[in-house]
Design a protein around this ligand. Structure first.
Ligand code: SF4
Length: 245
């Protein structure tokens, strides 16, 4: 695996120092994540529209609060037509357990309104048979839908080889040198999918999240306990700073 991202030389890395990891190195990371945190089964939803709305609710909150918000939403408004027709304050109230309700409620309504306008109904089951690029294009054109949401629908509902980049995936991918230093989460989708083979993309997402939650946390990661310590360009810097503190 290419390890030239600069952390080991104890200076700030830059995109110019970075070169993409080779496929063997990426597969090794994947195998070790599988051994440590597997099985890396992703969540699954049969309904692409449900996955889309769940992903909007998941922004900046925990899985538990997202699930609470979704359950409350469906209990109060059993159909998508009900959600679309709901007065905004009632929708905000229903999804409040998920946080950022005043932002998420109008976003959900705007997405549903656009789908209704285009499709004549609130149903995205046609996405199951559509080519991946067509799905990407369609979802990305909906109001407030970014690359992470697009990748979640592709990966978790349609079984396509996508790798959603959330905060854990972004942090761990940067530290492991899977993506260039400084690359923002939005642009990271394209970069990480370019180096992770399609067959392991969705499970790699799950593995990197578990890595990020368990040892590669924000702040000082627990590199000494990490299954990837000998392959991680960032490890020497963090191990040294831990010893010095
Ligand atoms: S060695 Fe440290 S920085 Fe690298 S992935 Fe593991 S915990 Fe993160």
């Amino acid at each position: 695996m290419t390890r030239g991202v600069g952390y080991g030389r104890r200076r700030r890395s830059s995109p110019a120092d970075w070169s993409p990891p080779d496929t063997d190195g990426v597969r090794t990371i994947y195998r070790r994540l599988s051994r440590r945190y597997g099985p890396l089964d992703p969540p699954h939803s049969d309904d692409p529209l449900e996955e889309l709305i769940v992903t909007v609710l998941s922004q900046n909150t925990s899985d538990v609060n997202r699930d609470r918000a979704y359950a409350a939403l469906r209990a109060r408004f059993p159909t998508w037509e009900d959600v679309l027709a709901a007065p905004l304050p009632a929708l905000v109230e229903a999804i409040r357990p998920g946080g950022l309700a005043p932002t998420k409620a109008p976003r959900i309504k705007a997405i549903l309104a656009k789908i209704r306008e285009r499709e004549g109904r609130l149903d995205l089951s046609w996405l199951r048979g559509a080519p991946t690029e067509r799905v990407r294009e369609y979802l990305a054109s909906l109001p407030g839908v970014g690359p992470k949401t697009v990748a979640c629908v592709l990966a978790f509902s349609l079984g396509r080889p996508a790798l959603p980049v959330d905060t854990h995936v972004h942090r761990t991918a940067l530290r492991l040198g899977l993506i260039p230093p400084g690359l923002g989460a939005g642009r990271a989708h394209e970069a990480i999918e370019a180096v992770v083979p399609p067959r392991i993309r969705v499970r790699m997402h799950v593995g990197l999240i578990r890595l990020g939650r368990n040892v590669c946390r924000a702040g000082i990661p627990r590199c000494a306990e990490c299954a990837l310590v000998d392959r991680c360009p960032a490890a020497p810097l963090f191990l040294t700073s831990t010893l010095q503190s």
